[in-house]
Design a protein. Structure first.
Length: 147
């Protein structure tokens, strides 16, 4: 394990930090991959919430960033360093290298309710059509109900 100046940390080193409870783990994979399995306690961070994470996180606490194979997380770790985080690593080999180690799943959110089809009320007939229907009704009544 290094002091954070080396941009990468091995899965073994990351696991040691996890077991010690001394680092924040950041998962930069897509949401469905995160929900299907991630490092216990890892935060899902992406374009949708990176600003919130940067402003709320303790910048003195070590951070381990991981992605699928350890490539995208290098950029994420570099960005966090540029934002003032003191000790940031990219986990080499990413989630693929974490295989066989502790993981957790996120509960699947309930699907949104299906929207009900709006009730369709027929629009009133145009004035001309109403007048025609009235005349046809009168004609039918004069013929004895025959059209």
């Amino acid at each position: 394990m290094s002091d954070g100046s080396d941009p990468e940390i091995s899965p073994e080193g990351a696991q040691a930090l996890l077991e010690a409870g001394s680092a924040t783990f950041v998962d930069v994979r897509d949401g469905s991959s995160y929900r299907s399995g991630h490092i216990p306690g890892a935060l899902h961070v992406g374009d949708h919430n990176i600003g919130e994470f940067v402003s709320a996180a303790d910048k003195s606490r070590p951070v381990v960033v991981y992605c699928y194979h350890g490539n995208s997380s290098l950029g994420g770790a570099s960005y966090l360093r540029s934002q003032g985080f003191e000790q940031v690593w990219s986990m080499s080999s990413g989630w693929a290298g974490w295989y066989g180690r502790p993981m957790e799943e996120s509960p699947r959110p309930d699907p949104p309710p299906r929207p009900r089809a709006p009730r369709v009320t027929p629009a009133p007939a145009p004035k001309r059509q109403r007048r025609r229907d009235r005349w046809l009704g009168r004609i039918r009544s004069l013929r004895g109900g025959k059209g």
